[in-house]
Design a protein around this ligand. Structure first.
Ligand code: AMP
Length: 168
């Protein structure tokens, strides 16, 4: 149970948002081990080839998980950060849009598990899954530490399996 390691911060980064702060979880050796072991147990490592993390908190969980289960890691990053040829995907935020990028040669023909810290409206994860598809990968599942169920993010992810460690 990772719940006790998550700190609720009201009105961050703006009024009305209850921010789920994972830094106490990361700081605690027990909490961090619980989170990474929990993710490793939630997925079937034979069902995918690579772990993909979404910048930036998806990198923390994604890389540790990939190492634990003996997989490689590929990053999805904010625009202008990846050095090789990229494909981009924009998605809607509450106000305006945001963009994510992946290397064109990141995962051609491979099955991919996509990782982030939190699923809210699902826009970020949906963009991540789409980027994997656009470069020829097969996003078979995704995993997050925290799901904000009332925002119904998983409804935007189609048939892709969604794993979570904690549901609010
Ligand atoms: P969404 O695209 O709406 O599913 O938002 C998910 C992304 O925004 C994740 O990368 C989270 O890190 C971040 N995020 C959204 N809402 C929160 C929240 N209440 N607490 C912490 N992070 C959040």
């Amino acid at each position: 149970m990772i719940e006790k390691y998550i700190r609720d911060v009201p009105d961050f980064p703006k009024e009305g948002i209850l921010f789920k702060d994972i830094t106490p979880l990361l700081k605690s050796p027990e909490g961090l081990a619980l989170a990474i072991s929990g993710m490793a147990e939630a997925v079937d490592p034979d069902s995918f080839d690579l772990v993909c993390g979404i910048e930036s908190r998806g990198f923390i969980f994604g890389t540790a998980l990939a190492h634990k289960i003996g997989k490689g890691f590929i990053p999805i990053r904010k625009p202008g950060k990846l050095p090789w040829k990229t494909t981009s995907q924009s998605y809607d935020l509450e106000y305006g849009t945001d963009t994510l990028e992946i290397h064109e040669d990141a995962c051609s023909g491979q099955r991919v598990l996509v990782v982030d810290d939190l699923l809210a409206t699902g826009g970020t994860m949906a963009a991540g899954l789409e980027l994997v598809r656009r470069v020829g990968g097969d996003p078979i599942a995704c995993i997050v530490a925290i799901e904000l169920a009332m925002l119904k993010g998983r409804e935007r992810l189609g048939d892709v399996a969604v794993h979570t460690l904690m549901t609010v």
